[in-house]
Design a protein around this ligand. Structure first.
Ligand code: ADP
Ligand code: MG
Ligand code: MG
Length: 886
């Protein structure tokens, strides 16, 4: 018999798969002896069964009733009984936190009779009716599907007629009237009555929470956060405690450290006489947590105590939801808190210093995506001028975009390629699509724990919240500042989430502190110190070497400063561009061997110089130089351009330039339908006489020159796009012939390892044979992905990848994160068979994937020796290679 319900006393933090994060942590807090209102959790398994079949799994409801009875017995009251009713909340909670994305219903058990009982028992009519109106509204929107804006409108209207600045100024009569209005609204909208039976309320609320797993915003959030769609949510049923019982009560949200910067110390917001989402919804202005000390010293002290307990227990930043009911503190939620990349690095290092975690654990808690974010440029504060407004630095970073005032507009403009900043009074879960689309989120209300702040931090979006100097006129699509500045929709603004400021126009950018550290070693703050520590530790534990893809001495030097241990891919085609195009043209158009040799001889000294510069920048470290790879016609002018030039000359009655005519002829001759699969890579070297020889000679002579200058050049020669060992054998013979020639000419013995790229399925599948001729392999995962999937990267990404992502065919583009099942399988085969044939075969990867965190973990597991990526990804790869080795 499957068990669908667990009491808090039966669960624990390691049961999050089954109980969701919220349920598991409520159980954990209960076990730690913290004051948690009692309750139980219905499992994610029940949810999955419900979503699969459309009805609740057999026995689930009986189990719920049984556990409800236990709750009732311990409370000494029945759910919704007429006098002094027991009320419960029904709360969603998935394995991975999805803040505000699913539903929660509070005050279940109230009806037209029990509301009177609650009033009597509590001695407060206002409190009872306030609770009832909350239930009818939440139940009406969540369970019965009424647009929540309709309830808000009724509330706003009532406040206006009563001239009440906020909900606290509504009295019991007002609230009772509101309940009637809400009930009528529900009836008008759905044709159904708000259910009076407490048991029915409970059952419907549980099922509604199950269904909210597949709500639109929950799905969108999951896709964005790469959370699987098939986990389901748990449902927690918990005895209500009341933060809305008067001024000696309230609700709050707190963090044990600053989740934006990582600085130690308590952070949070508190709202007195409030329940549930009031704190994060920004209906009234919250006070900083520190003010609670003045309001209720005793609860404050206890709260600090519990937060200390939780942080020591979880050994990490925790966030907490709590409620105070008439001076009694209740803990309603905790979890290891979401944080910015800044905070992640700072906190990890600090916890190591405090002796709470090991350097290994610290490394496990930071990541390459976060590091990449820290490397983004910041605003140049020297030139920012006066801010339009200041708010809370809720999620750091610099963002520039056009101000927009609603989610739909943000989505529309972003889809058209415009950068936007979403400006709202406060955000709600309905704003999620706009937040995803925007570069930054700016709100005029709400604290660091407001919806906007929490969600933006989770997504790594820039956010400034609570910018109270701003007046946001959502309807009119503009905001104003105290000095009278008006910012209309479409006006470009700059948002600095690191300091909490908004500027007019586009503020220029400068290098971030993390980037300065990587360039110069300067440790300017605790975040950078955390980055330094994490990278040092990663370097000490990683097995994978990290190289860079670099084609110029400048890139090579930067990569080296960033910690690259060599160059894994030096593309020679970049050296054929610019002024040298003319020489390449001459080589292509050559009619005789002599003409071709002449062109190649002109290219030789230029190439030699390029290689010497790179070998110097990487002195003592390996530099893998790839022989020319792209089809030669890429170096010729564009067909249309030539045709137009010729036609224009003819139209003027002139003779077209004979060179143009010759070029056009060549372009026509060399045209390929599928250049990606055409005459390129090793194929070029085998059919264009002298091409390989010239390049190898340039490399060899550069090596000799470097050696004579006292350097230690370590050039490696890499042959691209090999599909058969015979191709590599022929290319290699040519390489070795030239190396021997240069040795004979200079008297300097040369050994340059010769290897190949593995970027065709056939190469991977015949790797054992190919290894006979290769001293190293380097997986060209860009081409290998193209050729394995049959995708032309330049064509497919725009054409249908977003449809494929929507349909769940893959969760991320295989060009971003390596496809383990397909491309990964080929890599494993090639590694196994290559090493079997040649045990000392050196194996690396030089596609974009070399700098992708998840892919780096795969390459580590597949036993590669190194990854090579763009210079800016080198620190990311170092960090992830270290994490992969943990
Ligand atoms: P979310 O996942 O959106 O944070 P929760 O289930 O945490 O939703 O509920 C939102 C808020 O409702 C909580 O932060 C808490 O303030 C309030 N709440 C939930 N259950 C109870 C309860 N049993 N008693 C009092 N307040 C509750
Ligand atoms: Mg919620
Ligand atoms: Mg919560």
């Amino acid at each position: 018999m499957v068990r669908y319900v667990y009491e808090f006393t039966d669960g624990g933090r390691d049961m999050a798969d089954l109980l969701g994060g919220k349920g598991a942590n409520l159980a954990e807090m209960t076990r730690l002896g913290l004051p948690v209102p009692s309750g139980f959790t219905v499992t994610t398994e029940a949810c999955r069964a419900f979503l699969a079949s459309g009805s609740e799994p057999e026995g689930m409801l009986q189990e719920v009733s049984r556990h409800l009875s236990v709750l009732e017995k311990s409370a000494g009251r029945l759910l919704g009984q007429r006098d002094d009713p027991l009320l419960v909340s029904v709360r969603s909670g998935a394995r991975f936190s999805m803040p505000g994305m699913m539903e929660t219903v509070l005050d279940i058990g109230l009806n037209d009779e029990s509301v009177l009982g609650l009033a009597k028992a509590s001695g407060s009519d206002r409190f009872a009716w306030d609770s009832y109106r909350r239930l009818v509204q939440m139940f009406g929107s969540t369970v019965m599907g009424v647009d929540s804006a309709l309830f808000d409108e009724a509330m706003t209207l009532l406040k206006e007629t009563r001239e009440a600045p906020d909900d606290l100024h509504l009295d019991a009569n007002d609230l009772a009237w509101l309940v009637e209005t809400y009930k009528r609204l529900i009836h008008d909208q759905t044709g159904q009555e708000f259910p009076q039976s407490p048991a029915e309320q409970l059952r419907l609320a549980i099922l509604a929470v199950f269904r909210s797993w597949n709500g639109e915003r929950a799905r969108l959030y999951r896709r964005r956060e790469h959370i699987p769609d098939d986990l389901g949510t748990a449902v927690t049923v918990q005895r209500m405690v009341y933060g809305n019982r008067g001024t000696d009560s309230g609700s709050g949200v707190a963090f044990t450290r600053d989740p934006a910067t990582g600085r130690p110390g308590l952070y949070g917001d508190y709202l007195s006489n409030a329940q549930g989402e009031d704190v994060v919804a920004g209906i009234r202005n919250t006070v900083p947590l520190a003010d609670l000390e003045r309001l209720d010293a005793d609860s404050y002290r206890r709260l600090l105590d519990h937060m200390g307990t939780l942080e020591r227990h979880y050994r990490d930043l925790c966030d907490i939801e709590f409620t105070i009911e008439r001076g009694t503190l209740w803990m309603l939620q905790t979890r290891v808190g979401k944080r910015t990349a800044e905070a992640a690095f700072a906190i990890a290092a600090e916890l190591v210093d405090e002796g709470q975690i090991t350097p290994e654990e610290a490394l496990a808690r930071v990541g390459g995506d976060g590091l990449a974010r820290l490397m983004f440029p910041r605003f140049d504060t020297a030139v920012t001028g006066d801010a339009l407004a200041h708010g809370l630095p809720a999620s750091p970073g610099a963002a520039v975009g056009a101000a927009v005032f609603d989610s739909a507009e943000a989505v529309r403009r972003a889809a058209a390629g415009e950068k936007v900043v979403l400006v709202r009074q406060e955000t709600t879960p309905d704003d999620l699509p706009g937040m995803v689309a925007a570069e930054a989120v700016l709100t005029s209300r709400g604290g660091k724990t407001s919806h906007a702040a929490v969600v933006a931090r989770g997504m790594g979006k820039v956010c400034v919240c609570g910018a109270e100097e701003l007046t946001v006129h959502t309807e009119a699509r503009r905001f104003t500042t105290p000095d009278g500045t008006v910012v209309e929709q479409g006006t470009v603004i700059s948002v600095d989430g690191s300091v909490g400021a908004v500027y007019a126009g586009e503020v220029p950018l400068v290098a971030s502190a993390a980037m300065r550290y990587l360039e110069t070693g300067e440790e300017s703050d605790s975040v950078v110190a955390g980055v330094a520590r994490a990278l040092q530790h990663a370097d000490s534990v990683r097995r994978l070497e990290v190289r860079a893809n670099a084609d110029t001495p400048e890139d090579a030097a930067r990569a080296r400063r960033f910690g690259a241990q060599g160059i894994g891919l030096c593309r020679t085609e970049h050296m054929f561009l610019g002024e040298r195009r003319k020489l390449v043209e001459r080589m292509i158009l050559a009619r005789t061997d002599a003409e071709r040799d002449q062109a190649l001889n002109a290219l030789l000294p230029l190439q030699r110089q390029d290689f010497a510069g790179i070998l110097e920048a990487m002195d003592g470290l390996p530099v893998t130089i790839r022989l020319l790879d792209p089809p030669l016609h890429e170096f010729l002018p564009d067909h249309t351009e030539l045709a137009v030039r010729i036609a224009a000359a003819e139209a003027r009655g002139e003779q077209p330039d004979p060179h143009d005519v010759e070029l056009l002829d060549a372009v026509n001759r060399m045209h390929e339908e599928n250049p990606m699969l055409g005459l390129r890579g090793v194929r070029l070297g085998l059919v264009v006489p002298g091409l390989v020889a010239m390049q190898v000679r340039a490399i060899a002579e550069a090596v000799v020159a470097r050696m004579r200058a006292g350097g230690s050049p370590e050039a490696e020669i890499m042959v691209p796009l090999v599909g058969a060992v015979e191709e590599l054998r022929l290319a290699r013979e040519e390489v070795e012939r030239v190396l021997a020639e240069v040795t004979a000419e200079t008297g300097v013995p040369l050994h340059c390892p010769v290897g190949t790229m593995i970027e065709l399925p056939r190469a991977a599948l015949t790797a054992g044979r190919i290894a006979e001729e290769a001293e190293f392999f380097s997986f060209g995962t860009n081409d290998l992905t193209q050729t394995t999937w049959g995708f032309s990267r330049d064509d497919v990404e725009a054409a249908f990848f977003s449809a494929y992502l929507d349909k769940g065919i893959f969760a991320t583009s295989p060009f971003e994160t390596l496809d383990r099942d397909g491309v990964g399988r080929l890599i494993r085969i090639a590694v196994d068979e290559g090493r079997a044939a040649r045990p000392d075969l050196k194996i690396g990867v030089c596609g974009e994937h070399g700098g992708d965190p998840e892919s780096v973990h795969f390459f580590h597991a597949a036993g590669l020796d190194y990854v090579s990526c763009s210079p800016f990804r080198v620190p990311v790869a170092r960090l992830e290679a270290g994490r992969a080795a943990l």
